[in-house]
Design a protein around this ligand. Structure first.
Ligand code: G3P
Ligand code: MG
Length: 248
């Protein structure tokens, strides 16, 4: 990975694909994000009852499909019957709740994947996820992030090659110092976009960290994030961000 950073051009990270323009966390959304030039896509995962890695933000199917119920208590066969597109627009009827592997299979190799682990179910998910990522160079394409930093530490200990990203919505006293506390290599910080200032960004970059604030959809926010030198921006509108960056 290229460690050089150009402060004026953060990478474009499509949030749940291109969630502003397609149903979040569906293959249609990831396809669109890639077509729009995303360098990376972010997605959320949970484990189904039968141990499959399911791409969905919420822990239930209720909000984003025509079915309901907790993912961890549903068999993947049932989850796969759900329509994950119609709630967004009839144009997306028939979109399915993806398995993680489908997203890797769909996207070109040069699109990186930020897997946000939502389900802190523990050892089982750790093992299933690492087993999956270890095959076919998937580790290289992946950054695993989570609000659960203990989970990230466990994963990093089990697989030192894994890139981990710390997600947080806390107004930390000093972001780079928090990352240093973990005493392991942290790839990236994923703060809420409103909670990272210029000095924190400068110190984090100096410490070799990438900074990928979430979820920022407005040019006024992008102006600030670019000016403080973040290295990526997580957005529901990767196409708009790409265009915006192209005009700088
Ligand atoms: O990974 C960035 C962002 O997705 C974290 O919050 O709730 O959108 O998953 P959330
Ligand atoms: Mg997320």
């Amino acid at each position: 990975h290229d460690m050089k950073r150009n402060a004026s051009s953060p990478i474009v990270i499509g949030h749940r694909g291109a969630a502003g323009e397609a149903p979040e966390n569906t293959l249609a959304s990831f396809r669109l994000a890639a077509e729009q030039g995303s360098h990376m896509v972010e997605l959320d995962i949970h484990l189904s009852m039968d141990g499959k890695l399911i791409v969905c933000h919420d822990d239930t199917l209720d909000r984003t499909t025509d079915c309901s119920g907790a993912i961890r208590s549903l068999h993947s066969d049932v989850i796969r019957e759900a329509d994950a597109g119609s709630w967004f627009s009839p144009a997306f009827a028939g979109e399915r709740v993806p398995f993680l592997e489908e997203v890797y299979d769909l996207l070109p190799e040069d699109v990186e994947i930020n897997v946000e682990v939502k389900d802190s179910a523990g050892a089982l998910l750790d093992e299933i996820l690492l087993d999956y990522l270890r095959a076919e160079n998937r580790l290289e394409r992946t950054i695993v992030s989570s609000f659960d930093h203990k989970l990230l530490l466990r994963l990093k200990q089990a697989e030192p090659e894994l890139r981990i990203g710390l997600l947080y919505a806390a107004d930390l006293i000093h972001h780079a110092s928090y990352a240093a506390l973990l005493e392991t290599e942290v790839w990236s910080l994923h703060p809420h976009h409103g909670l990272i200032g210029a000095q924190d960004a400068e110190d984090a970059v100096a410490a070799g960290l990438h900074i990928y604030p979430y979820t920022s959809n407005h040019p006024a926010e992008w102006d600030r994030l670019v000016s403080i030198g973040v290295t990526g921006i997580i957005t529901d509108f990767p196409g708009r961000l790409k265009e915006y960056l192209g005009r700088l």
